[in-house]
Design a protein around this ligand. Structure first.
Ligand SMILES: Cc1cc2nc3c(=O)[nH]c(=O)nc-3n(C[C@H](O)[C@H](O)[C@H](O)COP(=O)(O)OP(=O)(O)OC[C@H]3O[C@@H](n4cnc5c(N)ncnc54)[C@H](O)[C@@H]3O)c2cc1C
Length: 401
């Protein structure tokens, strides 16, 4: 006779940044029985823990500290002390210094590959049933649980299934759930570059005629290494990936200028398509979606993971009392509570990012003039910077009743 599959309070599919941190946060706060399935061990080919670096807002870092998880990530993180925003070929420019706002940083830059190694080790050490490398190949919904089958043949049942399986979410596709896509016809070239001088914790965002370009400070390379994300029209990406290192550095220096010094070296370059996708309703029967599985953002404002972390912070707040009372984690009150508390923040962030991408990727004269006046106004009138800084580094999570 076929044996019944084991039952967990939560089965999390996907152990990238979002799934791994959710499992670790819940482990420290609740006695829940947690299973986490992750397809890959960490390597530079890992879809979530690859060569990229991402910027975490100050609010995200504070949240990770509250969960006592920041110490796993801090050794690979670099503080952002200063942000410089400019528009190539136009007069608009502004400069934000954390010290002006009474704080020591706007947030931190995290190297994902190193972060992945730390998090996978923490998952192995914690009391979490961590199935890796293995992946979910089938899903069946039952009234009292969701059941997943893994590539290894193992079957897991979860009272609640958490889909943290990224932009191409297998769970979302299996359940045939709707996701809206916006194709900006842009791709990004990602690389690390070395400067001829220390970056001194400065981050740069520059709007070029090809698309926005960001340079983030990294800990490696004696403080002279920066992480580049250069968004451009999709059909230009192949050309920039194919250039020799010297020609690429020349093109980048031309677009970026010398505000960070001379660019002397570039690492291997990688290309990413930039598509925004959003699930209008990131829940289903005994199932919630978090992080990139729920919404994938354009990296223009470095908000994708920051928003994903707010998804899991809400889920942790909703689930902790339920799990501590030994109640059903997949009850419809739980999934609906999560949905209700995510609505406003998701909507506001998605609308802001879409406007930013459209506004700053467009060379139409009224838009160029508008954004340049906006940047100049920020430079002339420092009090206007405060709401922008608090939105970029803050934590708009509301208290749950
Ligand atoms: C160029 C670029 C720059 C960015 N910069 C920033 C930034 O500065 N700040 C910021 O906040 N965000 C940034 N982001 C966004 C950020 O990288 C993502 O939001 C975040 O990494 C998503 O994490 P995730 O865990 O939700 O998804 P993923 O990282 O995609 O993880 C999903 C995981 O699920 C696993 N998986 C998939 N299918 C299965 C299956 N069937 N079974 C088991 N496991 C499965 C995968 O192996 C993977 O590990 C950037 C993104 C890009 C592309």
């Amino acid at each position: 006779m076929k044996q019944d599959a084991e039952l967990w309070d939560l089965v999390i599919v996907g152990g990238g940044m979002t799934g791994a941190l959710l499992a670790l946060a819940l482990r420290s706060l609740t006695p829940a029985k947690i299973a986490l399935v992750e397809a890959q061990t960490v390597s530079s080919q890992h879809p979530g823990f690859d060569a990229r670096s991402i910027a975490l807002s100050r609010g995200s870092v504070e949240q990770l500290k509250r969960w006592h998880l920041w110490s796993n990530l801090a050794p690979n993180a670099t503080a952002i002390a200063d942000i410089h925003v400019s528009d190539r070929g136009h007069f608009g420019m502004t400069h934000l210094a954390a010290a002006q706002f009474g704080c020591d940083s706007f947030g931190h830059v995290l190297g994902l590959e190193d972060a992945g190694r730390q998090l996978q080790q923490a998952l192995i050490n914690a009391e979490i049933d961590f199935f890796c490398p293995d992946h979910v190949t089938a899903l069946i919904s039952h009234s009292d649980y969701q059941e997943v089958t893994l590539d290894s043949g193992r079957r897991l049942r979860g009272r609640l299934l958490v889909a943290a399986d990224g932009a191409q979410s297998f769970v979302r596709q299996s359940l045939k759930l709707e996701s809206e896509h916006i194709d900006f016809n842009q791709s990004a070239v990602i690389a690390n570059v070395i400067l001829d001088r220390p970056h001194a914790g400065r981050a740069f965002e520059r709007f070029t005629e090809h698309g926005p370009l960001a340079l983030l400070p990294m800990a490696q390379g004696d403080g002279k290494c920066m992480s580049l994300v250069w968004a451009m029209k999709a059909d230009e990406q192949a050309r920039y990936l194919a250039l020799s290192d010297g020609d690429f550095l020349h093109a980048l220096q031309g677009a970026f200028g010398y505000r960070a010094g001379k660019l002397t070296k570039v690492s291997q370059r990688h290309g990413y398509p930039l598509i925004m996708s959003v699930m209008p309703r990131p829940i289903y029967h005994r199932c919630v979606f978090v992080g990139n599985a729920a919404q994938t953002l354009h990296p223009i404002a470095g908000q994708g993971f920051n928003l994903g972390l707010r998804d899991i912070a809400t889920l942790v707040q909703v689930l902790t009392p339920v799990l501590n009372r030994g109640q059903d984690a997949g009850a419809s009150e739980v999934t609906h509570d999560y949905l209700a508390h995510r609505r406003q923040d998701r909507q506001a962030t998605l609308t802001a990012i879409e406007s930013l991408v459209r506004g700053f990727s467009n060379q139409a004269f009224p838009l160029v003039l508008g954004r340049n006046l906006g940047l100049r106004l920020l430079s002339w009138c420092p009090p206007l910077k405060r709401p922008i800084v608090s939105a970029a580094s803050g934590w708009p999570l509301r208290r749950l009743s």
